[in-house]
Design a protein around this ligand. Structure first.
Ligand code: ZN
Length: 406
């Protein structure tokens, strides 16, 4: 067994005991016994030669990432290719924890795979369905190749054209609670869309009902703001720590801004008591270049970036998650901070994502390889405004649970 120990690296010894034993059995011992065959490799997969950006550890350097048994086994300056059963060449590219998109819409069985091919290893369906149709979105989640979790819409009817909450009898607390309890493994909170064209003048009462569902269960509410009837401070007053405001840079009426270049004191106070703020790119009503730039200039950065992905958004506006991330880069947010918004910060948003969003040894091996291309790239806001940036992130490869999947 002495030979086994010499093969196992220091990094591998930091694995959890279960992963360690897996390494010893499938990697170390086999290597000692059979030498060079590919099954004898120390690592199942090595992501080689990329710039590794792991904000969870404040790590930013060119390095190799070794993966064994579906978990991160080592991050080192260099791992020889001979130690790998399979090598994923990431030279010239960025290597990050698997991207997490906390606000998307899963309306087809194919959608999660499309997002996975765009580097998204975990995503949240934010209220596409209410209690009446929760089983359908849960079914999509369960057959997805990546990790899909769901927020149930406060309205039993889900997202509907006439406005989810125009008829407030649809905000049925008992039905929503039942939907969560039937799917605790997948449904991780409640989504309430509160814009005036969705909830009329009843946004505060709707939010009270969302809290009646989530408080006893200790789950978050994600509120969709922008052009609400009530002011943002009135809505924030009804949120509890861990709740999420999506479309944080929505334009008037009713914004997070104080009209003097800053952010309202109630908004700052909400962040201090643990309310999270998310971008939610989408297509209509959610941000303009001016509001997003004002937020960045005021130092009120997002906790998370999200795409608000839909089929329509894929064709324009959103395109893919790396494209949305690139918009913050264009506005001057440093790359590691942008990566944090799509990895470590996003993982911290939901207890269901605990342990994700990191390349720490022992973590699930979800890894995204991105290219940061230089050039001239056009980006669009929600009112058709176009801006040209000098760099854009593109997806190159995704690793899910230690397996290369795109
Ligand atoms: Zn949405």
């Amino acid at each position: 067994m002495g030979g086994t120990l010499s093969i196992l690296s220091y990094d591998a010894r930091m694995l959890t005991r279960r992963a360690f034993l897996h390494t010893a059995v499938t990697g170390g011992v086999a290597a000692a016994a059979t030498g060079r065959s590919s099954s004898a490799a120390e690592f199942d997969l090595v992501v080689k030669g990329g710039r590794v950006i792991d904000p969870s550890r404040r790590f930013d350097a060119v390095a190799d990432v070794g993966i064994t048994g579906g978990r991160i086994a080592a991050v080192r300056p260099s791992i020889p290719a001979s130690a790998a059963a399979e090598v994923l060449d990431a030279s010239g590219a960025l290597v990050t924890p698997g991207l997490i998109d906390v606000h998307t819409h899963v309306r087809s069985a194919e959608m999660p795979s499309i997002c996975l091919s765009q580097g998204v290893t975990s995503l949240v369906d934010a209220g596409s369905r209410g209690a009446d149709q929760i089983d359908s979105v849960v079914a999509f989640a369960k057959q997805a190749p990546n990790r899909v979790r769901v927020l149930v819409n406060l309205s039993r009817a889900g997202v509907i054209d006439e406005g989810d909450l125009m008829d407030l009898s649809r905000a049925d607390v008992a039905l929503a609670r039942d939907a969560i309890l039937r799917h605790r493994d997948v449904v991780i909170g409640v989504k309430a869309r509160l814009s005036r064209n969705v909830a009329g003048e009843q946004d505060l009462e709707a939010l009270r009902r969302a809290q009646a569902i989530t408080r006893p269960l200790g789950l978050p509410v994600m509120i969709h703001v922008g052009q609400t009837f009530s002011t943002i401070p009135q809505l924030l007053a009804l949120l509890k720590p861990g709740d999420i405001v999506t479309h944080m840079y929505a334009f008037p009426p009713n914004t997070i801004f104080d009209g003097k270049g800053g952010v309202l004191p109630e908004v700052m106070a909400a962040r201090r008591r643990g309310i999270r703020f998310d971008v939610g790119n989408g297509r209509i009503g959610h941000f303009t270049w001016d509001t997003m730039a004002d937020g960045v200039k005021a130092g009120f950065l997002p906790d998370t970036i999200s795409s608000d992905w839909t089929d329509a958004g894929r064709a324009e506006h959103v395109v893919d998650f790396p494209n949305v991330l690139s918009k913050l880069l264009m506005l001057g947010v440093p790359l590691p901070q942008v990566v944090a918004m799509a990895t470590s910060n996003a993982a911290a948003m939901f207890p269901a994502f605990k342990g994700l969003g990191t390349l720490r040894v022992g973590a699930p091996a979800d890894v995204t390889v991105l290219e940061l291309r230089q050039g001239s790239f056009e980006f669009i806001d929600n009112v058709g405004g176009k801006r040209t940036g000098r760099q854009r992130l593109f997806p190159r490869a995704s690793v899910m649970g230690g397996k290369r999947v795109s």
